[in-house]
Design a protein around this ligand. Structure first.
Ligand SMILES: Cc1ncc(COP(=O)(O)O)c(C=O)c1O
Length: 363
């Protein structure tokens, strides 16, 4: 039986022992990348100071650089995307408020219940086709303002949408949701862990994609290849509140410039190349679609994520075991789905090689 317990310890030790000397093509996530020699050099030589005392010049530079990139007043460096989202929600809310978000979103499904635990938020999960909540659905979901109902106060979207397969939110619909938020005085938050991929795929600028949102969190440790870190973006006033929340979450760090330097290197050097990951995902998706075992909706392959559905009786765990024997790693995404993600540490040749290896297993 598939379970979330099986989500991370993959592949199994058994599969590893069979692998022997074969090099592994790791398509589990874009979070598996290792810092390049150049990134390590930037980290090794970074100027550091005590960031809790406000003394770290590299963190200051990163925060200024990223705020500028998104044309925002301020930004804050935090240890993870989860903390970025949860601090944003907490700094935006009061206990008992209601959060509207998409049924498969990361903020609710993969952040250990953070919205209720940290912020006391009531969550209304809205079902969508591809991750975008239509403006009309947002409007219909806002509760009447009276003493009986919780106050619907926050809407959160995710772009690109991980669980829907890296789908990109249609910007015109995002703008329509923004109008509803303005009409009803709702706060609009973006989980932009992979906003860089939406930018690379659409050609829309980072400020254009994120301007409709009051608050944004973005990750440096996914497609951009930094080892650690995310950024929260917003007004000076909002970021000041987040600063306090970060302390409360235990996320204030001392000579953290040493890792922030990896993030700074990543935003300066690794945005432009994301189109390569998208081309590799397309190559992989088209190749995988030729295996009888898999069903893929190729129209959903819009960035660096490919989700395949297993059409036989087999469950994802057993298919992954067979893949691991030829050194190809991916993640189970439910009992009958598997997720492949392309990234900085897999080349086009690796994707071609992965398809050849899988051909020996599945054909
Ligand atoms: C869409 C999305 N948001 C947030 C996160 C959380 O990031 P982290 O793992 O750094 O906490 C992830 C992680 O994969 C993600 O996919």
């Amino acid at each position: 039986m598939w379970s979330f317990r099986t989500l991370y310890p993959l592949p199994s030790c058994q599969a590893l022992s069979i692998l022997g000397a074969m090099n592994i093509i790791d398509l589990r996530s874009d979070t598996v990348t290792k810092p390049s020699p150049e990134m390590r050099q930037a980290m090794a030589t970074a100027e550091v100071g005590d960031d809790v005392l406000g003394d770290d010049p590299t963190v200051k530079e990163l925060e200024k650089y990223v705020a500028g990139l998104f044309e925002r007043e301020a930004s804050l460096y935090v240890p993870s995307g989860t903390m970025g989202n949860q601090i944003s929600l907490k700094a935006n809310s009061r206990r008992g408020w209601e959060l509207l978000c998409e049924r498969q979103c990361h903020v609710v499904n993969y952040e250990a219940g953070g919205p209720v635990v940290h912020s006391g938020l009531l969550v209304n999960l809205l079902t969508t086709e591809r991750g975008m909540i239509p403006a009309e659905l947002v409007r219909k979901s806002i509760r009447p303002r009276n003493v009986h109902c919780p106050e619907t106060k926050i809407v959160a979207l995710e772009n690109t949408h991980n669980h829907h397969g890296g789908t990109i939110l249609p910007q015109e619909e995002v703008l329509r949701v923004k109008e509803v938020c303005d009409e009803f005085g709702l706060i609009f938050h973006l989980d932009g862990a992979r906003i860089w991929n939406a930018h690379a795929a659409t050609g829309l600028s980072l400020p254009e994609l994120t301007r409709p949102f009051d608050t944004v969190s973005v990750c440096l440790s996914k497609g951009l290849g930094a080892p650690v870190g995310s950024m929260i973006l917003g007004t000076e006033k909002f970021i000041t509140r987040c600063h306090r929340e970060r302390k409360l979450f235990g996320g204030a760090m001392r000579q953290v410039g040493i890792i922030a330097a990896g993030g700074l290197y990543a935003v300066k050097n690794n945005i432009g190349r994301l189109t390569e990951d998208h081309a590799n995902a397309r190559l992989l998706a088209e190749g995988l679609s030729r295996f009888d075992l898999f069903d893929i909706d190729l129209t959903r392959v819009q960035s660096n994520i490919v989700i395949v559905n297993i059409v036989s009786e087999e469950l994802s765990d057993s298919v992954l075991e067979r893949m691991a024997k030829v050194g190809v790693w991916a993640l189970p995404f439910g009992s009958k789905d598997i997720r492949f993600v392309t990234h900085l540490d897999v080349s086009r040749a690796d994707c071609e090689e992965a398809l050849q290896r899988l051909d020996t297993v599945f054909n």
